[in-house]
Design a protein around this ligand. Structure first.
Ligand code: PLP
Length: 439
């Protein structure tokens, strides 16, 4: 069922004429036309197929066009396509129940948003309102979304031109490969990053800090799996100073890291969890905040001063219900973990052993980064032109890749089977190998 209504060239031309794209200079764009998809593949308007090793924006965990999710959206659209957030609706309640079932003990309610940025925006608001404090501490290497507080909490270059919100402080998190702390071991990196965090809190005035907001595994910043003890240490610091711990699971959650929540693999329980992407694989825009019982109860009598026209939109809710049910029935989270352990991890480690331009590989589940370097000794990042050439070579070999700075992220849908994973990895290894021999 290919949608062959227009040529690729025509779609590209119309897009360039009328569509204003995210994070780009508009003049030099050449976006790849995508007309359809199924499972781990997408195809263009002329039927050329690509293995989707990007999961689009690392969100299509359940794969493209999952029939149960598509059907649930269709059925809900026929019954009630929209409803105001103030009404009660059974599909919305079911979506909240299914999300809470997957959260740890002690989480009571879900506030639905339109996506990940406003999930963080509202988590920050909840933390500020319940603590009566203003400051939010987050990592320099992070992305939390592109709205007022979320972009100011973000650690990468995208914050700089958008920094209008008040009360944001940043710290360096652990990243042993490029340690800011002269650490030689994961234990040292963890201990020193924790000390840096606590010293920053003291210097800022602990009584002014409402929240620590962290991605459980920083994603776009490089899939920086935290060293043992780091997240538990952050929890202890938050507790010592009466600070709310918000874990951003927007990218890492719902199967991506081989767990329902990435933090499930670590010894930590947050106060607020933000989610989006994988909760419904982006079939309808949605996100939200999972709220622990004490924070939810703080608004039993007091008005929560926040809301959105589409909070708990029924099409989004229906897609969440179908996604979470299908993921459980089909063992999608277990699959992601197994593929990471038995296929992606071993193949990438082999590549790291053989290629002179691979400095490090790291990850879990279907959430991996290949750190490309000009020199393995100095660890200098490889030139952007090589990263672009690798991405373009992958595309010409039928693999849609995801790159960020000097890295290739290996982020296929969580439903990917062994054969497709191995096939994509073989192409990736060949392309990196070829560029390594040129270097
Ligand atoms: N948080 C994290 C960790 C993300 O990766 C993203 C998006 O990539 C966001 C928040 C923002 O989500 P959205 O783009 O849905 O607003």
């Amino acid at each position: 069922t290919l949608l062959l209504s227009s040529s690729n060239a025509e779609i590209s031309e119309r897009d360039r004429r009328s569509v204003f794209h995210s994070w780009s200079a508009q003049g030099s764009l050449d976006p790849l036309p995508i007309a359809g998809g199924a499972g781990v593949e997408v195809w263009d308007a002329e039927g050329r197929r690509y293995l989707d090793f990007s999961s689009q924006l690392v969100n299509v965990n359940i794969g493209h066009q999952h029939p149960k999710v598509v059907e649930a959206i269709r059925t809900q659209a026929e019954q009630l396509a929209t409803v105001a957030p103030a009404h009660a609706n059974a599909t919305r309640a079911r979506a909240a129940e299914l999300i809470l079932e997957r959260a740890p003990e002690g989480f009571a309610k879900v506030f639905f948003t339109n996506g990940g940025a406003d999930a963080n925006e509202n988590a920050i608001r909840l933390a500020r309102l319940t603590t009566g404090r203003e400051k939010v501490i987050s990592h320099y290497r992070s992305y939390h979304g592109n709205t007022g507080a979320a972009i100011s909490a973000t650690g990468d270059w995208r914050r700089i031109p958008n920094e209008y919100a008040r009360g944001h402080v940043h710290v360096f998190g652990p990243y042993l490969y490029r340690s800011e702390f002269w650490a030689q071991s994961p234990q040292e990196e963890s201990a020193r990053a924790l000390r840096h965090l606590e010293r920053t809190i003291q210097a800022e005035g602990a009584d002014s800090v409402a929240a620590i907001l962290l991605e459980s595994i920083p994603g776009t910043a490089g899939i920086l799996v935290p060293p043992p003890g780091y997240l538990a240490g952050v929890r202890a610091i938050a507790d010592r100073h009466g600070i709310v711990l918000i874990l951003d699971e927007v990218m890492a959650g719902f199967g991506r890291a081989g767990e329902w929540f990435a933090f499930d693999a670590f010894d930590v329980r947050p106060d607020l969890i933000t989610f989006a992407k994988g909760v419904n694989s982006g079939y309808v825009p949605v996100g939200g905040v999972i709220i622990s019982a004490p924070i939810a109860a703080a608004f039993d009598e007091r008005v929560f001063p926040g809301g959105l026209t589409y909070s708990g939109h029924p099409l989004a809710a229906a897609s969440i219900v179908a996604t979470l049910e299908a993921m459980a029935e089909e063992g999608v989270v277990e699959n992601a973990r197994a593929i990471g352990e038995t296929v992606i991890g071993p193949r990438l480690r082999e590549l790291a052993g053989s290629s002179p331009i691979v400095g490090e590989v790291r990850g879990r589940g279907v959430f991996w980064a290949v750190e490309l370097v000009a020199d393995r000794e100095t660890r200098d990042p490889i030139a952007g032109s090589v990263v672009a050439a690798i991405k373009s070579d992958l595309l010409s070999r039928g693999v849609l890749g995801f790159t960020a700075e000097n890295r290739l992220h290996i982020v296929p849908p969580a439903v990917i089977g062994e054969a497709d994973a191995a096939r994509g990895l073989e192409i990736i290894a060949e392309v990196i190998d070829r560029h390594g021999r040129k270097a």
